[in-house]
Design a protein around this ligand. Sequence first.
Ligand SMILES: Nc1ncnc2c1ncn2[C@@H]1O[C@H](COP(=O)(O)OP(=O)(O)O)[C@@H](O)[C@H]1O
Ligand SMILES: [Mg+2]
Length: 251
Amino acid sequence: MLTVENVTKIYKKSSSFFKKEKDFIALNNISFKLKKDNVLSIIGESGSGKTTLAKIICSLLSYDNGKIEINNKNILDYTKQELSNTVQMIFQNPYASFNPKLTIGYSLKEAVDNKIADKKNFIKEKLALVDMADDIFDKYPHQFSSGQRQRIAIARALLKEPKILIADEPFASLDVINQSLIMDIFYKIKKEQKTNIIFITHDISSAFKISDKILILQNGNMIKYEDVDNIRKEKNNYYVKELINATYLMN
Ligand SMILES: Nc1ncnc2c1ncn2[C@@H]1O[C@H](COP(=O)(O)OP(=O)(O)O)[C@@H](O)[C@H]1O
Ligand SMILES: [Mg+2]
């Protein structure tokens, strides 16, 4: 359903005549596939290119080489609207997710397709999935904790009924209790929604639990892309162990 083929991303460094800087290769020839009803975790040290890759798949960022297809159609051939109905991304920082001047109800309604007849009920269903009641409509983003806001952001992404949901370190800024609440929500989404998940995390243990495939990035290079069972078997392999330790320590 999602095919990423030889994708390379170069951040151009501004250079003047006197100060030549090299361009920076953030992603180097990345290829992988996400199959239907699968969860893929992307793991890597900070700076390894995870967010860059996520943003490229959502077309929030351009890329320099390669090809990305969703359901056999190049993402460059999707309209902005089509792509937003197909891929949704949840960001690391839930504070930036909502317009502070708009009520939550307004932001949520805005995300619902006009084809949906009973918008309010539809929103209620998605909010129930993230354990939020519908009494939040008239409130503003600042009236919620970051954990609640992250849950509302997940509900809003699900309102689009996207084929792919990309969660970029969704609990990086949350306490342990909220982290486990959000993890439970992802299990529920995996089970109940027709959404494929790309889960970007440095929490290896939750990645092992929820994923079908694991992709490990290091300095923009894909150093592993395997079924989770294979990686689990390799846990005692020195190379994999080092990676896992490194990923733990760096984040
Ligand atoms: N807009 C940008 N311009 C230049 N370099 C960038 C830009 N965004 C990210 N980078 C660099 O690209 C690398 C990968 O960043 P990122 O994708 O955010 O990594 P991760 O999400 O794994 O922490 C980092 O070295 C980062 O400094
Ligand atoms: Mg990141």
